[in-house]
Design a protein around this ligand. Structure first.
Ligand SMILES: Cc1cc2nc3c(=O)[nH]c(=O)nc-3n(C[C@H](O)[C@H](O)[C@H](O)COP(=O)(O)O)c2cc1C
Length: 316
């Protein structure tokens, strides 16, 4: 099927290739299934499901910025009870792709309860813990407070037998430290990272553009920033990293792999080019083949020698 081995394994989660949507930035609907070949993806990542029902933030929730976008969607969600009562995970069974559920809550207890409710669900392959949404009350607290982060991951680890992917916030001074804590507390992989806190002002109305005042910045503007975080975290952890931030083409994905990511997520780029994820998958395979690599693993961290600090400005 591919010219090279681009498969990725994170515990029991087996992906034929390393590309998946970023949570909230692409979902499976019957109508878009006719446009995008969903079965080509390495995995499907669902929009974050909150512990309880949420209506999300007031509009406008999206703003265009130079080299990217901002959102303050705020995780509108039916809540996990209704999500499961409506058998929503089942609708993905028509696809031949592992499904990762993204979960969100206001407290460590919320995450643990969701893990408990999901345990044994046959339609899911892994859980991504979104501990880093800048648009909900406690979103940033959970991934910027070392104790809270550790306690939340550890409790979910105890509760869940699914592969646990912890999605970190870039809005911290030392993401590398948070990555280490997540690993020590039982994460099987890390997604680095969520959006960056930002602000846009409508100069005609003389007030913040977004209904929720602030929002999360994503898209090409953040790629060098998140790439740096991946580079730093790769030196500090042994678990796989999923790079997420500003991927607009296969070349960006290759950079993430060379910095240390084992897989990638595509978010804002899907809004510009709905076929982007397919192009990224093909581009990765072609790049490896044309450069004499047999496996994606051969380039993971190739530009990032662990243990050497000389070429890395900030070694905190
Ligand atoms: C409209 C929108 C909605 C998002 N919703 C979620 C979400 O529900 N859960 C989550 O973990 N991240 C969410 N994100 C963040 C993305 O998953 C991703 O981490 C971020 O956009 C950076 O990747 P990108 O630069 O490729 O967009 C959202 C991003 C956008 C643009």
């Amino acid at each position: 099927m591919y010219k090279t081995d681009i498969s990725v394994k994170i515990k029991s989660l087996e992906m034929k290739n390393p590309v998946m949507p970023a949570s909230g930035a692409y979902d499976y609907f019957e109508d878009n299934a006719n446009v995008f070949p969903m079965n080509t993806l390495g995995a499907i990542m669902l929009k974050s499901i909150h512990r309880r029902e949420r209506f999300g933030n007031p509009p406008p929730r999206i703003a265009e910025i130079t080299a990217g976008m901002m959102n303050s969607v705020g995780i509108p969600s039916v809540g996990i009870d209704k999500f499961l009562a409506e058998n929503q995970p089942e609708k993905y069974a028509v696809l031949d792709v592992p499904v990762i559920i993204s979960i969100s809550g206001n407290s460590p207890e919320d995450y643990v309860e969701i893990c408990q409710m999901l345990e044994g669900n046959p339609y899911l392959a892994a859980i991504e813990m979104n501990l880093s949404c800048p648009n909900v009350g406690t979103g940033l607290q959970l991934s910027s407070d070392e104790v809270l982060l550790g306690r939340t991951v550890q409790a979910c680890r105890y509760m869940s037998s699914f592969p646990l992917i912890v999605k970190l916030s870039p809005n911290v001074t030392h993401l590398k430290k948070m990555a280490q804590i997540a690993e020590e507390c039982g994460a099987d992989a890390l997604t680095i990272a969520n959006t960056y806190m930002g602000l846009k002002i409508d100069i005609k109305k003389r007030k913040p553009w977004l209904g929720n005042t602030t929002g999360g910045v994503s898209g090409p503007a953040i790629k060098p920033l998140t790439l740096y975080h991946v580079f730093q975290a790769y030196r500090a952890v042994t678990i796989p990293i999923i790079g997420c931030g500003g991927i607009m083409g296969w070349e960006d994905a290759i950079e993430y792999f060379m910095a240390g990511a084992s897989a990638v997520q595509v978010g804002a780029g899907n809004f510009v080019n709905p076929m982007l994820m397919k192009e990224v998958i093909d581009g990765i395979d072609n790049y490896l083949d044309q450069n004499g690599f047999h496996s994606l693993k051969d380039i993971v961290g190739i530009a990032n020698q662990k243990g050497s600090s000389a070429e890395c400005g900030c070694n905190l």
